[in-house]
Design a protein around this ligand. Structure first.
Ligand code: ATP
Length: 627
C-alpha cells in the first residue's frame, strides 16, 4: 500500500495557552511506498509522533489535510483494518504468557476457521522459546517484538511504530530495525519514528522523512540525504553521522526555512536514482547517485549528475543489512513465505460481538484470578475492615440507647464501600485505557463487547468480597437475623460499590489522572456533603434541594442501610435506661424523615446513578478513542 498525505496539518489548543491554537504539524506533504522501511526523524518536539499519529489515524481531532492510499482518498475504517499502530510504550496484557497473548490476538483478529500462524510468528521473531513467559517478565526488546508479533497475526500491509527503538540497547535496536526491514521487504509499508539513529542504523532505512518545527525539511531515499544537503550548501562534514548533522542544522531556524523551502515542505521526493516531484519545480538539482561499493572500502563515493562530490559516506551492503547479526531473528529468505501480506476489503471485525465478548471475558477473568497478590490484599482488606467495624460496634445493634452509633455504623459502611471501589479504577484504569485504545484502534474488537466484558468480569470477586464483609459486620454487630434483611444488607453494599466503581471508571476513562489519590476522595466529597446535609431533616428543605440531595448515592446508601437495619418488621430494641426514645424503630425512621421511602426505591435511585456513571464511562471511552 502506498501512502500519501497532502497539506497535512495538526492543530492543538491547550488550556494553558488559553485556547490559543498552535500548529504542531504545518501543512506537510509526503509519500511512503510499499516495501519500504521509512524513518520519521527530527529533533525532540519537532512533531514526529504527531505526524505519525495523524498519518495513521491514531489521532484525528485537529488533523486536516488529504490522506490517500494508492492514490485514492482513503476510507478510514477500511484503512484501520489494513494497518496497525504500535505505541512507544509496550502496551501488553499483563499476567498472560506470550503464547496466550498470541492466542487471544489470533482468536479476536482472525475469522473462525482461519489458519493461525502463532508458532511460526513466534519462531520468526525469536520468541518461541519464551512462549510460556509472562508478558511482564519479558525484556524491553522482547516486549517490542511481541507487540509486533501480536499485530502480525492478521498480517496487515501497513505498520506504524512510534519510536520502536526507544529504551533498547544498541544490539537490540539493530535487531528490531532489521526485523522491521524484513517485514517491509515482504511488501509492507513500515513507517516508524526514530530519535537520531547512528549512521549504521540510518543505513537500514530505505526512506527518511525529516521534520523540524512541524515542517518537512527532507524527504527521500536515505542515500540521497547527504547529497541533498550538499546541494543546498550545507555539506555534511566527513565522518559525521548524517542523521546527527541534519538534526544539528535544525538548531538554526534559518536552516529550517531553507531546507523546508527546498523540499517544498514534502512535495519533493529526493531519490537516489531519479528525482520525482509531485509538482514540477524549477531550479531543482537533478540528483543521480551511483555507488561504487568496494569490498574493502569502508566508504562510498557519491557522484551527482551535475557535479562531483568529494566527500564520502560509509557503505553498507544491502544484503548485509538483512543478514545474520541476530541469532534470534532469522534470515529474510527463511520460512516467512507463508506470510503473504493481506489487504482487507471489509470494515467489519473478524469476529462477532458475542465472540469478542466471550474471548475478552475469558481473558479478563484469567487476569483477575492470576493476580494472586491483588486478590489476597483485597481479601485481607475486606476481612480486616469487617472485623474492625464489628469490634467498634460489637453487639450494639439491639441497644435502644445507641441511636447515634447506629447511624454512624450505616454511614461508615457506605463510606467503606464507596472508597474501596472508587480508588482502584481512578488509579489503574487510565493505563488500561491506553492498551484498550491500541487494541481497539487496531480493530481487535469493538467497544461494546469490551465494555460488557469489563463490567461482568469484575462481578464475581467484587460480590464475593462485599458479601463476606457484610456477613462479618452483620453478625458481629448483632443485627437480628432475617433472610430478607440479610439479603437487602448485602445488596445495598454491592450496589453502592458498583456505583462507586462506575464513578471511578468514568473518571479514569476521561482523565489520565496523575494524582489519582487526591481525585478519588475529592470526587466522593460532594456526595458525602450532600448526604450529611440531607440528614438535617429537622426542618423541611425546599423541593429543588431535595432533588439535588437525592443525587447523592451515599445518602441513598445510608437511607437504604437504616431502612434495612430498622425496617423489615424489626421488633423494639432493648432499653437498658429508664427511657429510650429510639427503642421503637418506627420512631427513628420518623425522626429521620425516611419512613415514607423504601429500600427498593433507594436501590432503584442508586442503580439509576450507576447507569449514568457507567454510560459516562462508555461515552468517555468512545470520545477518547474517536479523537
Ligand atoms: N495534544 C497536545 N496538546 C498540546 N501540545 C501538543 C499536543 N500534542 C503534541 N503537542 C506539542 O507538539 C509538539 C510536538 O510533539 P511530538 O510529541 O509530536 O514531538 P516529537 O517530535 O515526537 O518529540 P519527541 O521526540 O521528544 O517524542 C511538542 O511541542 C508537544 O508539546
Amino acid at each position: 500500500m502506498d501512502l500519501e498525505f497532502r497539506n497535512l496539518r495538526y492543530t492543538v489548543s491547550s488550556p494553558i495557552t488559553k485556547g490559543k491554537r498552535r500548529d504542531v504539524v504545518k501543512g506537510v506533504d509526503g509519500r511512503f511506498s510499499s516495501g519500504q522501511l521509512v524513518a520519521i526523524m527530527g529533533p525532540s518536539g519537532a512533531g514526529k509522533s504527531s505526524l505519525l499519529n495523524a498519518i495513521s489515524g491514531y489521532r484525528s481531532a485537529g488533523v486536516t489535510g488529504e490522506l490517500l492510499v494508492n492514490g485514492q482518498q482513503r476510507n478510514e475504517h477500511l484503512f484501520q483494518r489494513s494497518s496497525c499502530y504500535i505505541t512507544q510504550e509496550d502496551l501488553l496484557q499483563p499476567l498472560l504468557t506470550v503464547r496466550e497473548a498470541m492466542d487471544v490476538a489470533a482468536r479476536l483478529k482472525l475469522p473462525k476457521g482461519a489458519k493461525v500462524h502463532s508458532e511460526e510468528i513466534l519462531q520468526e521473531l525469536g520468541l518461541l522459546e519464551h512462549q510460556h513467559t509472562k508478558t511482564d517478565c519479558l525484556s524491553g526488546g522482547q516486549k517490542k517484538r511481541l507487540s509486533i508479533a501480536l499485530e502480525l497475526v492478521n498480517n496487515p500491509p501497513v505498520f506504524f511504530l512510534d519510536e520502536p527503538t526507544s529504551g533498547l540497547d544498541t544490539v537490540t535496536t539493530v535487531q528490531c530495525v532489521r526485523l522491521l526491514k524484513q517485514l517491509a521487504r515482504q511488501g509492507r509499508t513500515v513507517v516508524c519514528t526514530i530519535h537520531q539513529p547512528p549512521a549504521s542504523l540510518l543505513e537500514l532505512f530505505d526512506q527518511v522523512y525529516v521534520i523540524a518545527d512541524g515542517r518537512c525539511i527532507y524527504q527521500g531515499d536515505t542515500a540521497a540525504m547527504v547529497p541533498y544537503l550538499q546541494s543546498v550548501g550545507l555539506p555534511c562534514p566527513r565522518h559525521h553521522n548524517p542523521a546527527d548533522f541534519i538534526i544539528e542544522l535544525t538548531e538554526n531556524p534559518v536552516n529550517i526555512d531553507v531546507l523546508s523551502e527546498e523540499i517544498m515542505n514534502g512535495k519533493i521526493y529526493k531519490s537516489a536514482k531519479v528525482e520525482s516531484t509531485a509538482e514540477p519545480v524549477q531550479n531543482n538539482l537533478e540528483l543521480k547517485i551511483c555507488y561504487q561499493v568496494e569490498d574493502d572500502a569502508p566508504e562510498t563515493e557519491i557522484m551527482l549528475s551535475n557535479e562531483k562530490c568529494t566527500y564520502k559516506v560509509p557503505t553498507y551492503k544491502e544484503t548485509d543489512s538483512l543478514s545474520s547479526a541476530s541469532s534470534q531473528i532469522s534470515q529474510v529468505n527463511s520460512s516467512m513465505a507463508w506470510m503473504k501480506v493481506q489487504t482487507s476489503d471489509t470494515c467489519s471485525y473478524a469476529t462477532t460481538y458475542c465472540e469478542q465478548f466471550s474471548i475478552l471475558l475469558c481473558r479478563m477473568l484469567k487476569q483477575i484470578f492470576r493476580n494472586r497478590q491483588g486478590l489476597w490484599i483485597q481479601l485481607i482488606h475486606h476481612i480486616m475492615c469487617g472485623v474492625l467495624i464489628g469490634i467498634c460496634f460489637f453487639n450494639m445493634a439491639n441497644d435502644g440507647t445507641q441511636m447515634f452509633n447506629h447511624l454512624k455504623l450505616c454511614v461508615g459502611l457506605v463510606i467503606f464501600f464507596a472508597y474501596t471501589q472508587i480508588m482502584v479504577p481512578v488509579l489503574v484504569y487510565p493505563q488500561e485505557v491506553k492498551l484498550v485504545k491500541k487494541e481497539h484502534f487496531n480493530r481487535w474488537y469493538s467497544l461494546t463487547p469490551y465494555y460488557a466484558a469489563l463490567t461482568v468480569s469484575k462481578l464475581p470477586v467484587q460480590v464475593t468480597l462485599n458479601c463476606l464483609f457484610c456477613t462479618i459486620v452483620y453478625f458481629m454487630t448483632g443485627v437480628p437475623f432475617s433472610l430478607s434483611r440479610f439479603i437487602a444488607f448485602c445488596l445495598i453494599g454491592n450496589v453502592v460499590s458498583l456505583v462507586a466503581e462506575g464513578m471511578g471508571l468514568a473518571i479514569g476513562s476521561v482523565f489520565n489522572v496523575r494524582n489519582g489519590c487526591a481525585i478519588g476522595p475529592a470526587s466522593i466529597a460532594p456526595f458525602l456533603g450532600l448526604a450529611i446535609y440531607g440528614f438535617d431533616f429537622a426542618h423541611r428543605i425546599p423541593l429543588l434541594m431535595n432533588i439535588v440531595m437525592k443525587t447523592s448515592f451515599i445518602r441513598c446508601g445510608v437511607v437504604a442501610m437504616v431502612l434495612t437495619i430498622f425496617g423489615f418488621g424489626r421488633t423494639p430494641l432493648e432499653c437498658k435506661d429508664v427511657y429510650c426514645h429510639f427503642a421503637k424503630p418506627d420512631v427513628l425512621l420518623k425522626y429521620l424523615d425516611i419512613e415514607r421511602t423504601s429500600v427498593w426505591f433507594e436501590l432503584a435511585i442508586m442503580i439509576s446513578i450507576m447507569l449514568v456513571f457507567r454510560s459516562l464511562c462508555f461515552i468517555g471511552l468512545k470520545w477518547r478513542f474517536a479523537t
